[in-house]
Design a protein around this ligand. Sequence first.
Ligand SMILES: [Zn+2]
Ligand SMILES: [Zn+2]
Length: 166
Amino acid sequence: MSVQPRGYFSAINGARPMLNKLEKLIMAHFGSCFCEAVKLEATGSPEAMGYCHCRSCRSWSGAPVNAFSLWKPEAVRITAGAEHVATFQKTQFSQRKYCAKCGGHLINNHPAIGLVDVYTATIPTLAFTPGVHVNYAETVLPMRDGLPKLKDFPVEFGGSGEAIAE
Ligand SMILES: [Zn+2]
Ligand SMILES: [Zn+2]
């Protein structure tokens, strides 16, 4: 009996488009607003994850700290209820998007750095592996987890990049 590598490989190649689709699905994270009228999906892996301690994030989220995941804009898609998505922009840096029906928070677009923050609470299937704390100078909830603590933002995001003690 002889194996037929040729036939085997062409079968694999034939399945490639389907495998690509499957891979994309496996890599996708699905989320929704509080009332579930707005649904979104983030595909692939985020560029960065961490915690923001700034006053704006605290005020907007109603929580002592915001767990963020930053994505390239093309990785994030509103898949349902786009007509309910409203934007509140207080500063040039942040276009905060929420559901106008329920007030549930969705994403925060940062045009200046070309990234979108999808709140990790919005996409529960994403394994949250934080790498950094930003705006730690403003913290009201010190977190002694050994991760780097930046006073404000990294240099590439227009900050000082300065690290401070936990
Ligand atoms: Zn909603
Ligand atoms: Zn913040």
